[in-house]
Design a protein around this ligand. Structure first.
Ligand code: F6P
Length: 546
């Protein structure tokens, strides 16, 4: 397979950047009064403004050419119809089927997966309703008040992010908690103050072999059994979500208390499956179904809208533009909504585990950059932390600003202030402030010309920093579902342009393997394997002092 960098479409973009690098967005706006109106698009209740980009109609045309050169539309269809596009693991990629509540069949290897999807969803509904209503009792006959999800990566971040985002919809009677880190502090601090008689554990692991999750699950089980004095208590207090029935049974959870999912659901795309059980428990099954519906609406848009009006495609291609042609190394996600506080962390995994790849689908090394470093945190905290570097540092950092029109907590002027900050940041990042403007402002406030000259370089902003703004009416299950699916398909779009497999994650394997060697040594109290000199010295340091 030829690398995308050898295509005429790629080379045209390289040349085009040479013209665009000296363009300022201020001039692009001044020259084209219709720009803001034209460079916006709407789908599934989301409004996307992509006009504050170092991009013209010509840039977009060349980017759409690139998408066609890599056959994006064809690959998109292959995903939706269940082909094995995860080539290194020989698997289909069908998280979209999990949120397809229509009666469309989806075949994987000739078999319709929808009856199994529906059956598991029905069990999630039944179980979540029984727990929420108090019909499901703990070992001593009390109703459940706290649910502790034990999982890591995709088996933690998705449900944790969504439960937080949908807090206004949560029942006060049932509190969700999330334990992921193998650091015993995480479990200990979470369990402190919880009552074993009213606590339900969900052990969530696709493989049911993940060391962190299994270790936390064993310790949680000990905590429960020690407190209730009966091994039989596990039945009322532990359920599992996994693809691995054998391992669930081996752990001691009856498989009739296991919620199944399938190898065609990637871990970081799994919140739509039974991995979403904590969501259904926290906000109720109907809300969970609305989340699925919002994502499905975005799926339909992604699958059918022309590339030129396709939100995930536009976002994905603009990302490629900055990473591969403008030299951006990172991408910030900046939600202006406190409930979306875990959204950047969620897509840090979603994006970086998907597109942090150095070879193409057929194993050739790439000669261009792939996935950027994804990071961020909610505004306005970030403004007082790292925005300085975005405004005046030497790195080009494309930023996504995400904000709801309505707050769930309309307290005084808070929401207006929040949104004013959000919009002002995108304006400042685009416009900047010229040297002359900086100087004039200072002189108008009474500084001498000499002082203004001295300070102006510090107070001048280049501007021309690209931002995308995503607005929605409110953070609801439906809009959140659409927003998550938007980012998922953006990642897909970029993976196809780069010719990589966005659905495996071999890069996390080596560290896991070496950790197993070191665990043996720590437990034996002596070093038995050969390590590099640094690792060996650190191990010795640790062993001598513990
Ligand atoms: O970090 C690697 C990874 O395999 C992720 O892709 C996954 O989400 C996480 O570990 C947890 O895996 P599991 O659900 O099998 O415990």
């Amino acid at each position: 397979m030829a690398l995308v960098s050898s295509t005429p479409a790629w080379q045209a973009l390289q040349q085009h950047w040479q013209q665009m690098r000296s363009q300022h967005m201020r001039d692009l706006f001044a020259d084209d009064p219709a720009r803001a109106e034209r460079m916006t698009a709407d789908a599934a209740g989301l409004h996307l403004d992509f006009s504050k980009q170092i991009a013209t109609e010509e840039t977009l045309r060349l980017l759409f050419d690139l998408a066609r050169a890599v056959d994006l539309e064809h690959w998109r269809e292959r995903m939706f119809i269940g082909e094995h596009i995860n080539l290194s693991e020989d698997r289909a990629v069908l998280h979209t089927a999990l949120r397809n509540r229509t009666d469309v069949r989806t075949l994987v290897d000739g078999e319709d997966v929808m009856p199994a999807v529906d059956a598991v969803l029905a069990r999630v509904q039944d179980f979540s309703e029984r727990v929420r209503s108090g019909e499901w009792k703990g070992h001593t006959g009390q109703a459940i008040t706290d649910v502790v999800n034990i999982g890591i990566g995709g088996s933690n971040l998705g449900p944790k992010m969504v439960c937080e985002a949908l807090k206004p919809y949560q029942s006060a009677q049932l509190r969700p908690h999330f334990v992921s880190n193998v650091d015993g502090t995480h479990l200990a601090e979470t369990l402190r103050g919880l009552n074993p008689e009213t606590t339900l554990f969900i052990v969530a692991s696709k493989t049911f072999t993940t060391q962190e999750t299994m270790t936390n699950a064993q310790s949680a089980r000990r905590w429960l059994v020690d407190a209730l004095g009966d091994d039989g208590a596990v039945r009322n207090h532990f359920v599992a979500v996994s693809t691995n029935t054998e391992k669930v049974a081996e752990f001691g959870i009856d498989t009739d208390q296991m919620f199944e999912f399938w190898d065609w659901v990637g871990g970081r795309y799994s919140l739509w499956s039974a991995i979403g059980l904590p969501i259904a428990l926290a906000v109720g099954f109907d809300r969970f179904a609305e989340l699925l519906a919002g994502a499905h609406e975005m799926d339909v848009h992604f699958r059918s809208a022309p590339l030129e009006q396709n939100l995930p495609v536009i976002m994905g291609l603009l990302g490629v533009w900055y990473v591969d042609f403008a030299g951006a190394k990172t991408q910030a996600i900046l939600p202006y909504d406190q409930y979306l506080q875990y959204f950047p962390a969620y897509f840090q995994q979603g994006d970086m585990e998907s597109n942090g790849k150095h070879v193409t689908r057929d194993g050739q090394p790439v000669d261009y950059n792939t996935g950027p470093v994804v990071w961020g945190q909610p505004g306005t905290d970030g403004q007082h932390a790292f925005y300085q570097l975005i405004h005046q540092g030497t790195e080009l950092i494309p930023c996504d600003f995400i904000a709801p029109i309505k707050s769930h907590n309309p307290l005084g002027r808070h929401h207006e202030l929040l949104i004013a900050n959000c919009l002002a940041q995108t304006e400042a990042l685009m416009r900047g402030r010229t040297l002359q403007e900086a100087k004039d402002e200072m002189m108008a406030s009474g500084l001498s010309e000499a002082e203004a000259d001295r300070l102006a370089p510090h107070r001048q902003f280049d501007g021309n920093r690209p931002t995308t703004t995503i607005l929605m009416e409110q953070v609801t299950p439906h809009s959140l579902g659409a927003l998550i699916a938007l980012y998922e398909h953006k990642i897909f779009t970029q993976g196809i342009v780069w010719g990589i497999n966005s659905f495996d994650q071999w890069g996390v394997e080596l560290g896991k393997k070496l950790a197993n060697v070191i665990i043996g040594e720590l437990e034996a109290g002596e070093i038995s394997e050969t390590h590099d000199a640094s690792t060996e010295a650190l191990l010795q340091y640790f062993l001598a002092r513990r």
